[in-house]
Design a protein around this ligand. Structure first.
Ligand code: SF4
Length: 77
């Protein structure tokens, strides 16, 4: 369980690091989808609870997902 108590304001996938493993897609398919190149893309028009988002970001074996707080700082995973 994360101790992060703020709000997640931005989600980013580093395409160079993403290997298309799909762990993030399994956990939060509303937010993460694989594109034509097999890389994860983010759909921020959908909402998902914070814990799910944190789990999805942590699940990435390549640390390709970054989450940012209200101040634009990277949230430690
Ligand atoms: S879990 Fe990581 S490597 Fe796998 S698709 Fe998601 S961002 Fe890419």
């Amino acid at each position: 369980m994360s101790t992060f108590s703020g709000e997640i304001k931005k989600i980013e996938v580093n395409r160079d690091s993403c290997a298309g493993v799909g762990a993030c897609v399994s956990i939060a398919p509303q937010i993460f989808q694989l594109d034509d190149e097999g890389k994860a893309v983010v759909d921020e028009s959908n909402k998902v609870n914070k814990e799910t988002l944190l789990s999805a970001a942590k699940s990435c074996p390549h640390n390709a997902i970054s989450l940012y707080d209200e101040e634009g700082k990277v949230i430690p995973l």
